[in-house]
Ligand binder design. Sequence first.
Ligand code: ZN
Length: 319
Amino acid sequence: MAEPLMGIHHVTAIASDPQRNLDFYTGKLGLRLVKLTVNFDDPGTYHFYFGDELGTPGTILTFFPWPGARAGRAGTGQIGATAFSVPVNSLGFWRDHLARLDIDSTPETRFDQEVLVFADPDGMALELVGDSAVDSVPGWEGGPIPAEHAIRGFHSVTLWEADANVTDTILQKGLGFAAIDEAGERTRYHIAEPGIGTRVDVLHLPDTAPARGGAGTVHHVAWRTTDRDTQQEWQARVSARGLHVTDILDRQYFTSIYFREPGGVLFEIATDPPGFTFDETPESLGTSLRLPPWYEKQRPVIEQVLPKLQLPGREETRG
Ligand code: ZN
């Protein structure tokens, strides 16, 4: 038995306009840009990493912003919603904050927790959950949202599935999740004790069309593992279930393996180390374009191709 996964490591999604995406997640939701780099598979495109002050695993939402990208379509075989945790008493603040920004939000109650449902500028479904499990987790003091109300990290992601049974099998028998609650078509699983990023929901939607990737959709979710050794164990374990799993890939701030769960959602297993302070000090995270060594020689060309950006709290543009 491999060492258990520890929860969500990061969520990666697709956006269109880079500046609009950056402004929304840093200026409006108050996440920190913890890394400004490029898509390692397409270095003419940015890769933004947003998170808490240090980009702690479980807090990291990343984007590939493609200017003019075609909008995706929500559907099955995809992550239909990404939920963040805030302290239970902060939901009122967030309701007012979103209203002031002219962002529509809808309140819901789900498994005894209050939820605010809204969308980002590309139409990506977001949720804020009042979760007592994060009441004692400190918020980022340096952001535009008062620290007491700041987003603490992920609560969960919701998988939209045409056949929830096959996904249930991989989650519970393959990856060590446990079903803990059920309401209507929604089943909630946990992978660790209550805390940041320890929940995943599955929505059974047999009559919904398959998703189409594009701006405003999630590309994949990554689960946390301790190190490369445990990652290798997971690679063997996933492969033994008959799923195609990739080699271990160097993502500079973690290493990764990828596989599709049988319902079609792309999963990744990523290591906690080395993390985002690997090539920047905690103070300077996200303030300049970082490239992995294998792209450094191409920096002048890459910088010319990338769209200019106004970084948070800075006057000058880069690119
Ligand atoms: Zn990833």
